[in-house]
Structure formats: C-alpha cells, structure tokens
Write a protein that binds this ligand. Structure first.
Ligand code: GDP
Length: 295
C-alpha cells in the first residue's frame, strides 16, 4: 500500500548520481520525499515540516554531500532523528508501590477495556505481579461484563459494583479490596465517550483526585490519525497523564500518530496494542516505530 521510503531515497539519489555531484538542492528534494512519507504515515503537517528541517541541518552538518553512500547516510539520519523524537528508548510504567494504582483513560472504542485486560495479563505472566481489574465504566453494563470475561480468561480478579453509578466510590472500594486480597497492582478501567465531553473529564478527574494513581495511561486508537493528536492533547490538559497506549497497530496504519502525539503532548508512548487477543500487547520501542513509519 505504501511505497518504501528507503527505496524511494535510494532511487532519488541514484538519479542524482547520474547527473554528477549531489548538491544542497538535491538534499532538499530528497527531504521532500521524506516529508511526503511522513504525511502518508499520518504525521501532522507542522511536525513533518519541523522534522525535515531538523534533518536537513543534521544532514548538511554531517556532510552527507561528500559521503560515499549519501543515500544510506540520509536514511540513517532520518531514522535516528525519528527515534530520538519518540523518546529514544522504551519507558516503563511505575509499578513500584504496593499496591500500584493505574488509571486507564480514553475515548469509547479506543481499546481501554481490552488494554486493561492485556496489561493485567502482561503484569501477571511477565512481571510476576498480582493485578486486580476494576470495572469503572458505570454507563455500559456491557463493559463490566466484558471486563469480567477477560478477567476470567486470564485468571485475574475483577472488582465490580453492580448498579453503582459512582466511579470514585468504586475505585476507593476496589483499592481496599485489593489490599485485603494481596493484589499489588490495581488497574482501573474508566468510562469513555465518543468525543471528549466535560462530564467525562470531570468524572475521571474526580477518580484521579480520589485515588492519586501512580500511573495514568491514555489509550488511543492509532487508526484515528489526526484526531488522535487532538484527543491526546485534551486528555493531557485535564489529566496530565504519564504515558500513551497506541492500539490497533495491527491495522494498516503506519503509526505516524506515535510521532505526532509524542511531539504535541511530550509524554512517552509506553505500549502498543497489536490485536484483540490478550497477549497482543508490546512494549513501545521508538526505533521499531521509526522503522515502521519509514516503511
Ligand atoms: P473501550 O470502549 O475503549 O473499552 O474499547 P474496547 O476495549 O471495548 O475495544 C473496542 C474494540 O476494539 C473491540 O472490538 C476490541 O476487540 C478492539 N481492539 C482493542 N484493541 C485492539 C487492537 O490492538 N487491535 C485490534 N485489531 N482491535 C483492538
């Protein structure tokens, strides 16, 4: 579906070589290709522009014009710059406290409930933790049921309060219950709406205030492109979250949202969802995402 950027660059440089010396203008031409590829990958226009300007400076600074293999050097510079922009290395979640409280936020349909289950599963199977899931989406009985089914599937307790419409109370009671049961991580799934609204933000802010979470993760559907960036900004303004979870990366998105979100909210992406199954969760690696964006 997408053309491979590395190949494109190789091709444009080959053309240039035939014409003799590579010049600054040629580099600019190549950077146009880079920018186009970023836009294809759904990176925000302004970010793509700033990015290519930064790459241009680096390229000229490193004397790409006289390099033996300028095309390879360009690809490397672009790749490294993308990696750096996305944080360079992976960032872990804060699960040192006992119990550690993790609050999950995001729009309805972004994949919050699925991610909550996946995270519990990962912490249980790979990190030796004893997590508890909390059904805090009080508006959708189906969401409570969905979490119960997931909990059963992965063998993790799920705290629910049937009929309650008070997520603050549910969260507080759940933490008490977790302590009694010896659970060391409490993952609170919250209600989402189809768009950001005041009531939802007030509600999740109230839960945040009441339980003082160690980690707030914002879940966003990577397929929503530019909207993902706006949503991230609104949630971050209200919640000052600690990290981002990009879901549905198993789809045909190039993942440009990762770069845009990181640039706009300056918070690390911590996990990526790659499917509907409970083990379809990966720790976010900036370098791998740079590969994906470049194609
Ligand atoms: P919530 O409303 O935010 O809790 O969203 P859900 O967890 O219910 O997810 C909405 C839909 O997206 C469900 O059909 C999930 O199976 C699906 N989903 C969630 N994460 C992923 C993912 O990483 N990949 C794919 N392909 N589907 C996902």
């Amino acid at each position: 579906m997408f053309e491979n950027l590395s190949e494109k660059l190789e091709r444009s440089f080959k053309l240039l070589k035939g014409q003799g010396k590579i010049t600054e203008i040629n580099v600019a031409e190549t950077l146009k290709e880079v920018r186009r590829a970023l836009l294809d990958a759904d990176v925000n226009f302004k970010i793509a522009k700033t990015f290519t300007e930064a790459v241009k400076e680096k390229a000229l600074g490193q004397d790409v014009l006289t390099a033996v293999k300028p095309q390879q050097m360009m690809v490397k510079i672009v790749h490294d710059e993308l990696t750096d922009l996305m944080g360079g290395v992976s960032t872990d979640i804060n699960i040192k406290a006992n119990p550690s409280i993790i609050l999950i936020a995001g729009l309805q349909g972004s994949g919050k409930t699925t991610f909550s289950g996946k995270l519990a599963n990962l912490l249980k199977t790979k990190r030796g933790k004893k997590p508890m899931l909390v059904a805090g989406d009080v508006y959708r009985p189906a969401a409570i049921n969905q979490l119960q089914v997931l909990g059963e599937q992965i063998g993790v307790p799920v705290f629910t309060q049937e009929g309650s419409k008070n997520p603050v109370q549910i969260a507080k009671d759940a933490i008490r219950d977790a302590k009694q049961k010896g659970c060391d991580v409490v993952i609170i799934d919250t209600a989402g709406r189809l768009a950001v609204d005041e009531e939802m933000m007030n509600e999740i802010s109230a839960v945040k205030k009441a339980v003082d979470p160690h980690e707030i993760l914002f879940v966003v559907d990577s397929m929503t492109g530019q909207d993902a960036v706006n949503t991230a900004k609104e949630f971050n303004d209200r919640l000052d979250f600690d990290g981002v979870v990009l879901t549905k990366l198993d789809g045909d998105t190039r993942g440009g949202a990762a770069l845009s979100i990181r640039s706009v909210v300056n918070k690390p992406i911590k996990f990526v969802g790659t499917g509907e199954k409970m083990d379809a969760l990966d720790v976010f690696h900036p370098s791998r995402m740079a590969d994906r964006i470049l194609g």
